[in-house]
Design a protein around this ligand. Structure first.
Ligand code: BG6
Ligand code: MG
Length: 209
């Protein structure tokens, strides 16, 4: 099916917020005495805050109550939001603006499909609030990535069939979600080894959208 739209993940694709997520979770993990490092952090990419905490606590030495979990997730978000105040348009990853321009030149519809409930705040901070034809976030769905819901809703809002969408993702959970939605996928970033961020725009060209 001919490509009609490109759906971008936000964290780790449009902007380098991943490290802020990591720093915030790391503070929580250290305080709770739970082992946590960059490798383990990859498992948290793309999944919701609540599910991220569940994964983090898999290595905890004691069980946590629902109330404790709620508090920890809130604390993580407070730390994360504090770190996000450092975010500026300079944090937009290399090649991204070229990608968006190229997609628009080709007449493609564009959307953001992110698990993050902080999406609107982040887009505002980096000056891209009015750039995309649709923005779907974790606040819009019950089931976050790896479920297909975020991407399916993005296609619906764009008014295009799922099979006509490309998804750009940096996370295993995100690629899984896009495939489950029946969309074509383009993996970028550290998760896809040996991809130089400066070559992203070229990679998109290679994908022959
Ligand atoms: C995803 C991130 O985009 O959003 C995850 O890759 C994060 O690491 C998830 O857990 C939820 O984000 P937030 O901002 O709602 O806590
Ligand atoms: Mg991501």
């Amino acid at each position: 099916m001919e490509t009609q739209a490109i759906i971008f993940d936000l964290d780790g694709v449009i902007v380098s917020t991943d490290h802020y997520h990591y720093r915030a979770w790391k503070q929580i993990a250290d305080r709770e005495g739970v082992p946590f490092d960059e490798n383990r952090n990859v498992l948290l990419r793309g999944v919701s805050r609540e599910e991220s905490l569940e994964i983090l606590l898999e290595l905890a030495s004691r069980p946590y109550s629902a109330e404790e979990k709620k508090k920890l997730a809130e604390e993580k978000n407070e730390i994360y939001r504090g770190l996000l105040t450092e975010l500026t348009p300079a944090d937009i990853l290399p090649g991204v603006l070229t990608w968006i321009d190229r997609a628009k030149e080709k007449g493609l519809r564009t959307a953001i499909g992110s698990s993050s409930k902080n999406t609107d705040f982040i887009l505002e901070r980096i000056g891209l609030s009015d750039t995309f034809d649709a923005v779907v976030t974790g606040a819009d769905v019950t089931h976050s990535k790896p479920a297909p819901d975020i991407f399916l809703l993005a296609a619906e809002r764009l008014g295009v069939p799922a099979g006509a969408c490309w998804v750009v993702e940096d996370a295993p959970a995100g690629i899984q979600a896009a495939k489950a939605a029946g969309m074509k996928t383009l993996g970028v970033g550290e998760f896809v080894k040996d991809v130089d961020p400066d070559r992203w725009a070229m990679t998109l060209g290679d994908a022959e959208l």
